[in-house]
Design a protein around this ligand. Structure first.
Ligand SMILES: [Zn+2]
Ligand SMILES: [Zn+2]
Length: 280
């Protein structure tokens, strides 16, 4: 089994820190992990995120956390993970990139310069609002139905961009438990159809089980529909600390199997390969 969504961001870029993630993976019976740092960890991506830090509609809380990012170069990241591989750790080099329609060319140009094993596509911002940062920012003054519609529309644009291999935490908009009053089944269906048509993967992510919503990403109904559309999957924890690597992967696998899945994907040089899901 794998865990294809892991962040090193709460520690230094040292071999010792990476080893703690791998040791946790190994102790949970995993055979391969993918490290997927946020694009905003890297200097090269500053121009992609700059519009969030200033101007009309920007949020001071976003400026204060995001402004302190962009510390490493992508080269340093590759060097670190290559060292870890040389040291015998079965690690894939991924990245979790945000999609901003107005920055499409810029994002693509940066991503194309490096040989990632796979690229996660995520939506964490609607306009300049980072909706998953803290429930006290931005939710109270918004119409939740419109937030969901805007989120699904943004994901659709990300899918259509063709820049990504795997769409992360597909319904992370539910992170704090805010639910739409309208039935958005048709919108979700149309998103899943777009994902299927683009040949993209989605991840079955246990991160939601650790968040206020306490529910897997995406919800079981969406996983079932994704299975019917033959959308391939990866398994992910979205760990930000070693302890969470491989968190509840058995639940993810069981949920995927119940939805009709029998396989998951691993990636090398942006090419997917199917593996049988273990019997749990
Ligand atoms: Zn994310
Ligand atoms: Zn993540």
């Amino acid at each position: 089994m794998i865990d294809y969504h892991i962040h090193l961001e709460r520690g230094p870029y040292t071999l010792e820190w990476v080893r703690r993630f791998w040791e946790q993976a190994e102790s949970r019976g995993l055979t391969e992990i993918g490290i997927t740092e946020h694009a905003h960890r890297f200097k090269e991506f500053r121009p992609v995120y700059e519009h969030l830090l200033e101007g009309v509609g920007h949020y001071p809380y976003v400026r204060s956390w995001l402004g302190g990012e962009f510390q490493y170069s992508i080269e340093e990241y590759f060097d670190l993970l290559e060292k870890a591989r040389d040291d015998g750790m079965p690690i894939k080099v991924g990245i979790e990139a945000d999609f901003f329609p107005s920055k499409m060319v810029l994002i693509r140009d940066i991503l194309d310069e490096y040989s990632f094993d796979y690229i996660l596509g995520s939506v964490h911002f609607l306009d300049k609002w980072s909706f998953d940062y803290d429930p006290k920012y931005g939710w109270a003054e918004r119409d939740i139905d419109l937030v969901y519609l805007q989120y699904i529309a943004a994901l659709k644009e990300a899918v259509a961009s063709g820049m990504f291999d795997i769409m992360s935490h597909l319904d992370v908009i539910k992170v704090f438990g805010n639910r739409p009053s309208k039935d958005l089944e048709a919108e979700w269906d149309s998103l899943l159809e777009a994902i299927a048509a683009s040949g993209l993967c989605i991840e079955i992510s246990t991160a939601g089980l650790r968040k206020p919503v306490q529910e897997i990403y995406p919800e079981e109904n969406l996983i079932r529909k994704a299975a019917q559309l033959h959308i391939p999957i990866t398994i992910a924890s979205d760990a930000h600390i070693p302890d969470d690597v491989g968190d509840q992967w058995e639940t993810a696998v069981r949920t995927a199997r119940q939805a009709g899945y029998t396989e998951y994907q691993i990636f090398t040089d942006r090419r997917a390969q199917s593996k049988p899901l273990p019997l749990i």
